[in-house]
Design a protein. Structure first.
Ligand code: PD2
Ligand code: ZN
Length: 425
């Protein structure tokens, strides 16, 4: 069927048809007529058109303005049946953005979407369950269900089967699909799968397909279960750098990679004199910075776990960034602290850095502390935490560090900076 043309859409939009108003806005935006597109987008949202409300809400959140209005728009869109809106609303509800924080309410929004068959919601719930228990049977069941339709679920399923040393034809076909979708970590999964099946005897990875008890699932995720105190190992005393081994499972690492992979863009650095953010030969990797619009509840839980490991209030954390270094790429020696300026004023100094190592099938790419001349390469799921400021809050001039050039393969890493005060994005 041919898409309706602009003049036909305009007639229907002027007659007050909300869907035509939204489609007209989209058509006008892609033809460059942004102002008129915006007018129709607002008209469609006002008339309750769910996709228009979702689009406007994401725009408000991306520009860091109007959290309360974004919340209302998403609530409306969710009531009109938009699942993406429901899942993003859940993030705002969990994080207390534009409304009171309510973890249980957030979970029930996503559980309802999963129950209705939304594959993204199913893998989101599966990952939440796996973060609490790496072998949760309901999680495995949900992941299996979602994997046929959802690339993130497929990637996690394959990673899980690698961990268990099992690869049936279904897993191989999921991996083939990921390759066809140009999933950037498909090569690594393929190589690891070959290794795993050569070196071990297969175990059962697929779940039984009995009906899921959704009340049981909701019950498992309701509470803010207390996290065990981390076991901390010192890397060096000056600067103060510590390692927490195995804080995340191989599946959680793959989840973060898969969610971030479609948001990758050239990395930026902060100009130490002006405080402005810019692209720089100093930092040649790609970065995906996962702001509220890019999150789901599983990623919120990952962020919360990092804050717990750091011992900082969750609200002091900047957004999680996922870095991808190809061969030859690096982050030259630098400090993570901020110069005075607008960015500094959003939450004070970047006192602590947490690095989550997401893979290790690459050469080079060590994190290097130049003062003590110590290099570190974590295993997937290890977290390195170091202080950029001294106990008095002033920058630690001994905290200069770098990511050495990757010489083979690709390095994936989660990086999260923590401020001295609440971070106002
Ligand atoms: O990728 C790293 O190892 C690295 C090294 C130094 C990351 C950062 N700094 C950072 O994200 O600040
Ligand atoms: Zn750094």
């Amino acid at each position: 069927m041919m898409p309706p043309n602009i003049s036909e859409l305009r007639n229907r939009a002027e007659a007050g048809e909300p869907r035509a108003q939204y489609l007209l806005a989209a058509a006008l935006a892609s033809s460059g007529a942004r102002d008129e597109a915006d007018q129709w987008l607002h008209a469609a949202a006002k008339n309750g058109e769910a996709d228009a409300s979702y689009t406007l809400a994401t725009r408000q959140l991306q520009t860091h303005k109007g959290a309360a209005s974004a919340h209302e728009l998403l609530k409306g869109a969710a009531q009109h049946g938009s699942t993406v809106a429901r899942r993003l609303l859940a993030v705002l509800v969990a994080e207390g953005i534009g409304a009171e924080a309510d973890w249980r309410g957030a979970v029930s929004l996503v559980v309802a979407a999963a129950q209705e068959g939304d594959a993204s919601a199913q893998r989101e719930i599966a990952m939440l369950l796996l973060l609490a228990d790496a072998d949760d049977a309901d999680a495995v069941h949900l992941l299996d269900r979602a994997a046929a339709q959802d690339a993130v679920a497929a990637a996690v399923c394959v990673r899980r089967s690698i961990r268990l040393g099992a690869a049936d034809t279904r897993i191989r076909s999921l991996l083939q699909n990921l390759g066809a979708l140009r999933y950037p970590n498909a090569g690594s999964l393929t190589a690891a799968l070959k290794q795993a099946t050569l070196s071990s005897s297969p175990q059962q990875v697929t779940s039984s397909h009995a009906a899921l008890d959704w009340e049981r699932v909701q019950g498992k995720l309701d509470g803010d279960a207390p996290l065990a105190p981390p076991v901390v190992e010192e890397l060096c005393a000056a600067p103060d750098a510590k390692i927490i081994r195995g804080a995340f499972s191989a599946e959680a690492c793959e989840y973060v990679i898969a969610c971030a992979s479609r948001h990758l863009a050239p990395s930026h650095t902060v100009d130490p004199r002006t405080g402005a953010s810019r692209q720089d030969a100093y930092r040649t990797s790609l970065t995906a910075t996962l702001g509220p619009v890019d999150l789901d509840l599983a990623l919120v839980a990952v962020n919360r776990r990092v804050a717990h490991l750091v011992g900082s209030p969750h609200g002091n954390g900047e957004f999680l960034s996922v870095l991808h270094y190809s061969s030859g790429q690096e982050y030259k020696p630098h400090f993570d602290w901020l110069p005075p300026g607008d960015d500094f004023d959003r939450g004070g100094q970047r006192v602590t850095t947490a690095l989550i190592y997401l893979n290790d099938d690459y050469e080079g790419g060590e994190t290097h502390f130049l003062g003590p001349d110590i290099q570190f390469k974590g295993a997937p799921g290890d977290v390195l935490i170091f202080q950029n400021a001294l106990p008095d809050g002033l920058p630690d001039k001994g905290s200069r560090h770098a990511s050495l050039p990757v010489t083979q393969g690709a390095k994936w890493l989660g990086s999260k900076w923590f401020r001295g005060k609440k971070y106002n994005f």
